[in-house]
Ligand binder design. Structure first.
Ligand code: PRP
Ligand code: URA
Length: 206
C-alpha cells in the first residue's frame, strides 16, 4: 500500500485546527508548517547516514551524519509553498524546484504555468502539495519530475482523498504517499470532504 497516513496524535490535533473555518491565515500557516514538519521527518526516516569521527569535549566518538545523497523538495505552487520551510530547516543542503499548477474552477483540470527544477537524476525527490483531490495536479507534476530523470520520488500531502490516491497509485504504483489524513470523498466541485476548503486561499488570505 503506497499510502502512509501519519499516526502521531499531533497530526490529528493540527488537522482539526486546519479544518476549522474560523482559523485565520497566520495560524493556518503555522499549523501547515507543523504538520509538514511531521511529514518531512516521517518521509525521511530511512535517509542514508554515514559514520563521522568527532571529539566531544570529553572523548573521541564515532557518530553519524547525513550522507550526501542529493535531496530535492518540489512544492506545487502556490499552496505547496506552505509545506516548504520544514525541509529547508531540517536539510541544509536541500535543493528546491518549483512547479506551478492551477486547477480550472469549472473543470478542476490542472493547468501548468511555471516550472523550474534542478537536475533530478540520482536525487531523492520529495513532491509537496497539501491537497490531493482528483490527483490531476500530482500526476501532472510527477510526469514532469520522472520526465526529467528522477527515479526516487515521494509525495507528501496534508489531506488526501481516496480518488486522488487511486489515480496516483494507478499512474505511479511505486511511489509512496505520506499524508496527514485520508478524507472521505470529493464533492461535485472536486473539493475534498470534510477537507479544509481551498488551502491556497486559506494560507494566503485570498
Ligand atoms: C490545489 C492544491 C493542489 C490541487 C489539488 O491547488 O494545492 O495543487 O488543488 O487538486 P487536484 O488533486 O484535483 O489536482 P489550486 O489549483 O487550487 O492552486 P493554488 O495552489 O494556486 O491555490
Ligand atoms: N484544492 C484545495 O485547495 N482544496 C480541495 O479540497 C481540493 C483542491
Amino acid at each position: 500500500m503506497p499510502l502512509h497516513v501519519h499516526q502521531h496524535p499531533l497530526a490529528a490535533h493540527i488537522i482539526t485546527h486546519l479544518r476549522d473555518k474560523t482559523t485565520k491565515p497566520a495560524t493556518f500557516r503555522t499549523l501547515a508548517y507543523q504538520l509538514s514538519l511531521l511529514l518531512a521527518i516521517e518521509a525521511t526516516s530511512e535517509i542514508e547516514t554515514v559514520e563521522k569521527q568527532i571529539e566531544t569535549p570529553l572523548e573521541a566518538v564515532t557518530g553519524r551524519v547525513l550522507a550526501h545523497q542529493p535531496l530535492v523538495v518540489v512544492p506545487i505552487l502556490r499552496a505547496g509553498l506552505g509545506m516548504l520551510q520544514p525541509f529547508t530547516d531540517l536539510f541544509p543542503d536541500v535543493s528546491v524546484g518549483y512547479i506551478g499548477l492551477e486547477r480550472d474552477h469549472d473543470t478542476a483540470l490542472a493547468r501548468s504555468y511555471y516550472c523550474k527544477l534542478p537536475p533530478l537524476k540520482n536525487t531523492r525527490v520529495l513532491l509537496v502539495d497539501p491537497m490531493l483531490a482528483t490527483g490531476g495536479s500530482a500526476v501532472k507534476a510527477l510526469d514532469v519530475i520522472f520526465g526529467r530523470g528522477a527515479t526516487e520520488v515521494d509525495l507528501l500531502n496534508i489531506v488526501a482523498a481516496p480518488e486522488g490516491v487511486a489515480i496516483v497509485e494507478k499512474h505511479y504504483p511505486a511511489i509512496r504517499i505520506f499524508s496527514g489524513a485520508l478524507d472521505r470523498e470529493l464533492n461535485a466541485k472536486k473539493y475534498i470532504l470534510p477537507g479544509l476548503g481551498d488551502f491556497g486561499d486559506r494560507l494566503y488570505g485570498t
